[in-house]
Design a protein around this ligand. Structure first.
Ligand SMILES: C[S@@+](CC[C@H](N)C(=O)[O-])C[C@H]1O[C@@H](n2cnc3c(N)ncnc32)[C@H](O)[C@@H]1O
Length: 432
């Protein structure tokens, strides 16, 4: 593992946020450093990922046996599953976004790659479908060459194909950088033909081969012991696992900040031929999405004190649309979060442990205490909060939203909440 645990700072120390005396002393922040040199983080700077180093340390402190099964219901770029593999533990990771699942696949199978896919077959240009989503950024000839690659990769399958796909993600992102703005989760599309990016075939092929070589060299840093890793594209609200089947949950729920994880990956999804501009299914299903859908029917009165207080603050906020659109988004998020906690509790063993990395945020001037909400909702589902360790967040994506800057905000923390399954079956609330 690269770096020393003390190389990251950020632990809050002021009295108002200091953890109670009984909690374990923590120094390592879960926040991924700006440049985490171990493995995938600097190759695919997935903005919401937590640090590999932190995940390894956390697993080392939670695990009780070599047969523990680790689970991440919001696995993202697969930091949890890579860390479990580092410890030789079996693991399962699910995420609704197929792009991040491919990254997670690569992280665990990189050691099996013998040689890279060095070029697509020497066939004539692949015909480009008129509705190919890559045409939002690339000229038809450049799109055609990318399609020659995706076709060739689908024929080889396995880890070498996964490596080729991740290389394509990085090349497409690199050549379309001019469409990015200050908000890394939003990417423009070409509005005229002249804006489309054209890269000569030879140069494009060289970039794709070069990316594969770079990734192969760099990913070795994560270390690869053998362990079973199961990765699936699935929802945390409907987990494809049997009851009582996982021992450790190490995860980070999607933020409640209206960041659109699907839009952030629009170009990588386009490489996979998924067009989020025409098909809104993925955007609508992701937690924290800005698109609304019918709720599950869970009564609002079933939430704990923290969630109920937030609902009331948003409902009564003076700003336009707070009591309408924003309230609906919040209720949808809480519905998804609590359905996910129901599912996580179902698949956890009666002695399971859980570590949640949860980021607070602000909705206008309202402090969204998401860590408190998660702790409280988990405690009503049979979990006991063992520890709450807040770390101050200094780089916030929502700070880039100028409209949001109109409201006064306090500090934002990312909190590591550790929980254990309660044994006494009392069901009593334990968070203060
Ligand atoms: C905070 S990120 C997790 C990052 C991860 N810990 C890492 O290191 O890369 C939250 C993830 O939840 C995923 N997600 C959102 N809604 C989901 C759902 N209903 N089911 C499963 N995953 C979902 C997003 O695609 C995103 O990858």
């Amino acid at each position: 593992m690269a770096g020393s645990p003390m190389s990251q700072t950020g632990r809050q120390t002021d009295a108002s946020t200091a953890p109670p005396a009984h909690v374990r002393h923590r120094t390592l922040s879960p926040k991924r450093p700006k440049l985490e040199t171990a493995g995938m983080a600097d190759l695919f700077p997935y903005y919401a990922g937590f640090s590999f180093e932190w995940a390894c340390e956390e697993l080392a402190s939670i695990r009780t046996s070599d047969s523990d099964i680790v689970f991440d219901p919001w696995n993202g770029s697969g930091t949890t599953t890579a860390a479990a593999q580092y410890h030789g533990l079996r693991s399962v990771g699910i995420d609704l976004n197929p792009v991040v699942n491919i990254i997670a696949q690569l992280r665990v199978h990189i050691g099996e790659i013998g040689e890279i896919c060095s070029r697509p077959p020497d066939t004539a240009d692949v015909e480009v479908a008129l509705d190919d989503p890559l045409l939002a950024w690339l000229t038809p000839p450049t799109t055609s060459r990318i399609r020659s690659w995706t076709q060739a990769l689908s024929e080889i399958s396995g880890p070498a194909s996964t490596l080729g796909l991740v290389a394509l993600f990085r090349v497409v992102r690199r050549i379309t950088r001019s469409f990015e703005g200050s908000n890394p989760t939003w990417v423009r599309r070409a509005s005229t033909m002249t804006q489309l990016i054209d890269v000569p075939v030879h140069a494009l092929d060289q970039m794709i081969v070069g990316e594969q070589e770079t990734i192969l060299q760099r990913l070795g840093a994560e270390g690869n012991r053998h362990s079973d890793v199961l990765l699936a594209t699935a929802s945390s609200t409907n987990i494809p696992l049997a009851d009582s089947s996982v021992d450790i949950i190490l995860t980070s729920p999607p933020y409640l900040t209206r960041l659109d994880y699907a839009v952030a990956h629009a170009r990588e999804l386009a490489v996979l031929s998924i067009d989020i501009a025409n098909d809104r299914t993925l955007r609508r299903e992701l937690m924290g999405t800005t698109l609304t859908r019918p709720l599950s029917g869970r009564p609002i009165g079933s939430y704990g004190v923290e969630a109920t207080s937030l609902i009331e603050q948003v409902r009564s906020h003076q700003s336009k649309a707070s009591a309408g659109y924003y309230l609906k988004q919040l209720l949808q998020y809480l519905d998804d979060l609590t359905s996910s906690l129901d599912e996580i509790s179902r698949v956890a063993t009666p002695t399971a442990s859980m570590a949640l990395v949860v980021q607070d945020s602000y909705y206008k001037d309202i402090h969204v205490k998401l860590a408190e909400i998660c702790a409280e909702e988990a405690s009503t589902r049979g979990w006991t909060v063992k520890d709450r360790a807040p770390f101050e967040v200094t780089r916030l994506l929502t700070m880039m939203n100028t409209a949001a800057q109109a409201y006064k905000k306090g500090k934002v923390s990312e909190t590591v909440v550790t929980l254990e399954r309660r044994h006494d079956g009392s069901g009593a609330k334990v968070c203060e």
